[in-house]
Write a new protein. Structure first.
Length: 253
């Protein structure tokens, strides 16, 4: 039955940036599909997300770590393997954003945005990929962005990093598809999260954005749930190197 292909019973997932927003919604969706989930947070604890997972009858693990620390990815993967003994699904969601004109963009902001949004994605994918290749199967889902395709305004580091995420997704897929590991990405549109708070609170920018979205609304974290479960499941076994856009129709305009 086709619905069985979407089940994640017995699978183990690691979701970064899962304390709230997109990461929390994805982690809970994976649990609802049957997976046990290790949830990572940094400035905010993922305990609440873990509690939601436990309420759904799945096991969880709360992890903390700063993605600016190059040792964090290894600690997250090792802790997940120590707790569950396997890692079937990695969702690279942790991210940050800094807004400023390009001529005034601070070097530290550039470094932090690229380190968190791109370099940590690479480190986690490499670590998880080694384990998955040894087992002959696995799913890696990177969270890209509309700015993987467009340049944006006042976000040069974020656009550069998210463009890199899309290309890294394709590069890893080229190497690992024949080894049983699917590497794909989701590119969310304008979502109602902390990262877009400044835009949503700006009446002019918010109106401009909403007028461009055919669906006529900001996306909600739950709007990514179906895409995440699909890419984590056997239903997407022949998908490799794809960046799946979930944007209310933004790129279609």
């Amino acid at each position: 039955m086709i619905l069985d292909a979407f089940k994640l019973d017995g699978k183990v997932a690691l979701v970064t940036g899962a304390s709230r927003g997109l990461g929390a919604a994805i982690a809970i969706a994976l649990a609802e599909a049957g997976a046990h989930v290790a949830c990572h947070g940094n400035t905010h604890s993922p305990e609440e997300t873990c509690a939601e997972i436990e309420r759904r009858g799945r096991s969880s693990l709360a992890l903390r770590g700063d993605m600016l620390d190059r040792a964090t990815p290894q600690r997250l993967v090792e802790a997940t393997l120590a707790r569950f003994g396997q890692l079937d699904i990695l969702v690279n969601n942790a991210g940050t954003i800094r807004r400023a004109p390009a001529t005034e963009y601070a070097e530290d902001d550039w470094r932090e945005v690229v380190e968190i949004n791109l370099t940590s994605v690479w480190r986690l994918a490499q670590l998880a990929g080694r384990h998955m290749i040894e087992r002959g199967r696995g799913k890696i889902i990177n969270i890209a962005s509309l700015l993987s395709f467009q340049g944006g305004i006042l976000v040069p580091a974020y656009a550069a990093a998210k463009g890199g995420v899309a290309q890294l997704t394709k590069a890893l897929a080229n190497e690992w598809a024949a080894k049983g590991v699917n590497v794909n990405a989701i590119a969310p549109g304008y979502m109602a999260t902390d990262n877009t708070r400044a835009l949503r609170e700006d009446p002019v920018r918010s109106r401009q954005i909403l007028e461009r979205i055919p669906a006529g609304r900001w996306g909600e974290p739950a709007d990514l749930a179906g895409a995440a479960v699909f890419l984590a499941s056997a239903a997407s076994d022949y998908m490799h190197g794809h960046v799946l856009v979930v944007d209310g129709g933004w790129l279609a305009r």
